[in-house]
Design a protein around this ligand. Sequence first.
Ligand code: AHR
Length: 491
Amino acid sequence: MKKLKINPDKKISHINREIYGHFSEHLGYCIYGGLYVGEDSDIPNINGVRKDVIDALKEIKIPVLRWPGGCFAEEYHWEDGIGKKSERPVRINTCWGGVEETNAFGTHEFFNLCEELGCEPYLAANMSGGTVWEMQSWIEYITYDGNSELARKRKQNGREKPWKLKYIGVGNENWGGGGNMRPEFYADEYRKYQTFCKDYSGNHLYKIACGAGDGNYDWTKKVIENIKWTNPYGISLHHYSLPTGNWDKKGSAVKFPDSEYYHTIQDAMYMDELIKKHGEIIRSLEKEDNPIALIVDEWGVWCDVEEGTNPGFLYQQNSMRDAVVAALTLNIFNKNSDIVKMANLAQTVNVLQSVILTDGKEILKTPTFYVFKMFAPHQDNDLVESELQNEKIADTQALTHSVSVNGEGELFVTFSNASLDKSFEIEFDIASEEKYSVSDCEILTAKKEDCNTFEDREKVISKAYDGYNDNNGQISVSLPPVSVVCLKLNK
Ligand code: AHR
């Protein structure tokens, strides 16, 4: 029996709902075919976006969506994606597969989609392949409530009222695909570009600087040192978990030995160290009156593409292993929610660790989807103090957990158990005079390689779970191998 100590009265930090965010790029079948099929499609759609995908994203309460990239953002010119579709220029997507980009999905389609989903839009603005004026004029086009030429253009294109835009990222991976910059050079560019990210008509922008990939602490240090006086909202971090640890041969999404399974778990657990170390640098350098958030705007499992698919499309299946990675990562984000204020899983549909896969008219929800559904009650709760006895497996820890409280005083507890062969019994020790009892308990569990397929869409889905005891306030729960479990506790 392992003990979970909870102190419900000790609130640690607010869990921003944006931690449960997503990312969609013009890459493979993420936008075209995945999200967007066009108004004339016989697939039911709202303004060209698949209705089944919209419903699924609402089901997991998607709080924020990042767009248009990724690497693609650094070659995207927003004016290509407005106006009559037949007149929009066709470009080449040189980042992803060299395919033709029709620009049928552009600013209006994206912002209308976010409105339909009730989520915040998060723009990744082109910094290395665009100009300051492009960025500034895009913001004006979207947010200005007046009669400037750009606002009039927006109205002519069918949108009278401006949209709200909260989050804007200045560049993407500028240490690599986004211009191969040195941190000092990026910082100077950021200073220039952010000056022209203007607040129009009562809109207030939260500016996010491009941060490091993995453990590039020097980048974080030099960028923060040079930009902190501009009061950025946040700086990003990207970390992908690789089954083999080797970018040239990442490993399969569906067939993998135990060693690759555990390597993926270990690499995903590394997120905690990355957040703590980048976080320490940020906290030691930021101005007292402007704490800087860590925005993990790309994360997830990155495998080799499925056999026979375009290598530039990054299409991979999604197994119970991905679900465990999602759960442990979300627990890590919750536990570090004093500094992690947003995170975006890569990528929403048909690319990398998706929550949804599509095939023509068909759609399926991946095991990762069910983790986001199970964890959604954490959104906008407060993290409370808790401590769990753990156990080592394969050079990492078997368990992760987090506990939050909502406005009604209900506790919400989530666990992941990454062990392939061990169950754990967890006994709750709640520091409270009042008794809590279990009002809801769910589980997601399967064999490590199990997936949902178009032939069997419900092989891995979350279910009500009765593997707990609630004996007059004495609560315990059993976590089977390879499982994700959540519980709601009421007073
Ligand atoms: O998510 C796929 C790619 O990974 C993104 O375009 C880029 O930012 C990262 O390298």
